[in-house]
Design a protein around this ligand. Structure first.
Ligand SMILES: Cc1cc2nc3c(=O)[nH]c(=O)nc-3n(C[C@H](O)[C@H](O)[C@H](O)COP(=O)(O)O)c2cc1C
Length: 355
């Protein structure tokens, strides 16, 4: 069934992108998109933050905003999935249409603005998943954000940490989506230090489980901003960094019409920019801060490039839209072949090979 995506794709692409996404979620829930077997290989396994990753390929945030398809996604062969971005209160996001495709360039623009069911429903769905599967199928990160109307961002992030930490293998502080006014300003040194100090303090007060905290950044940062952020992440003892979110760039080769849409651009056009930020951060943090590399990955070669630049794990979203549900399996198979070709025994040996 899964390999039939190439026949289904032209039909799927006739549908409005957001409706197509909701149909995909329904198909995943119904069990239609279930692989015969998942690809595994010893060389792909890794332990990070005390967590055992079966393979380094994850689904990045935004696909499963409400934590409703965790099991079907992990069964597709992803080593981990990141659910969210969740905000404390439910919100509708921006007016539709708000997702646009440029198939020629393997690109998407979205200006969703964190539409989600809110903390209460998100938590119920994640609890139900944990009750049924625990940690059996793979790892689950929780990506947290603030409501559009919130004037005190830290209070939203702290609420979400208190309510969701016990259900999360790791937490991602999303301060890089371009569609929530003011969110990206939290990447500035002063506000960032203040925010991260409060968040780590909140985590330290948790009784049973204190998951690693990762910060997700934009690709549109100057070198000076990257330097300041790297220093701040280390100073605040943050556990890892996700590089990167979508870009505000509009390369001139993008399709007419599409190029005019406002929002964050993802897929192939953000690939090199995100790899450059990964390379910079690896150097700036002297390899001390584990990096999850994301942006324009659709093949094993793309994933390998991010790993060589300094990423320990990778994630993708847009690649799945264009390549279909077998993408994680194909990348994992391809990565194993690349390791063999380079005479390496494990992914860990390939990390930061460029440096
Ligand atoms: C439709 C769409 C919705 C997204 N929503 C979120 C989100 O809610 N939170 C987040 O941190 N990133 C979100 N992202 C960004 C992706 O997680 C990823 O960082 C970015 O798209 C680059 O990776 P890609 O080129 O593989 O898509 C979204 C991306 C897309 C295309």
């Amino acid at each position: 069934m899964l390999h039939l995506y190439k026949y289904a794709k032209p039909l799927v692409f006739k549908i409005d992108p957001e409706n197509a996404h909701h149909l995909t979620l329904r198909a995943l829930k119904s069990g239609v998109l279930r692989p015969c077997s998942a690809y595994t290989s010893n060389g792909l396994k890794q332990t990070l933050w005390g967590l055992d990753f079966d393979n380094p390929v994850g689904l990045s945030a935004g696909f499963d905003k409400n934590a409703e398809v965790i099991a079907p996604i992990l069964k597709l062969g992803f080593g981990f999935t990141e659910v969210g971005t969740v905000t404390p209160l439910p919100q509708n996001g921006n007016p539709k249409p708000r997702i646009f495709r440029d198939p020629e360039n393997g690109a998407i623009i979205n200006r969703l603005g964190f539409p989600n069911c809110g903390l209460k429903i998100f938590k119920e769905q994640l609890e139900a998943y944990r009750k049924k599967h625990g940690n059996d199928l793979g790892l689950v990160g929780v990506n947290i954000g603030m409501n559009k109307e919130q004037k005190d961002p830290a209070s939203d992030y702290c609420t979400l940490i208190k309510e969701l930490a016990h259900l999360a293998d790791y937490l991602t502080v999303n301060i890089s989506s371009p569609n929530t006014p003011g969110l990206r300003d939290l990447q500035e040194k002063g506000p960032l230090t203040e925010l991260l100090t409060q968040l780590t303090k909140t985590r330290a007060e948790l009784k049973d489980h204190q998951p690693p905290i990762l910060v997700k950044l934009a690709p549109d940062l100057t070198e000076k901003q990257q330097e300041e952020i790297a220093e701040t992440l280390i100073a605040c003892k943050i556990d890892g960094v996700i590089l990167t979110n979508t870009t505000l760039d509009r390369p001139d080769y993008l399709a007419a019409g599409f190029i005019e849409e406002k929002g964050g651009l993802s897929g192939t056009p953000v690939k090199d920019k995100s790899t450059t930020v990964i390379r910079n951060f690896y150097q700036l943090t002297k390899g001390k801060l584990p990096i999850i590399g994301v942006g324009g990955i659709s093949t094993a070669a793309d994933a390998y490039e991010k790993i060589k630049a300094g990423a320990s794990l990778v994630q993708l979203y847009t690649g799945m839209v264009y390549e279909g549900p077998l993408i994680a399996q194909n990348i994992n198979k391809g990565l194993t072949e690349l390791l063999e070709k380079h005479g390496l025994h494990s992914i860990s040996e390939a990390i930061a090979a460029d440096h």
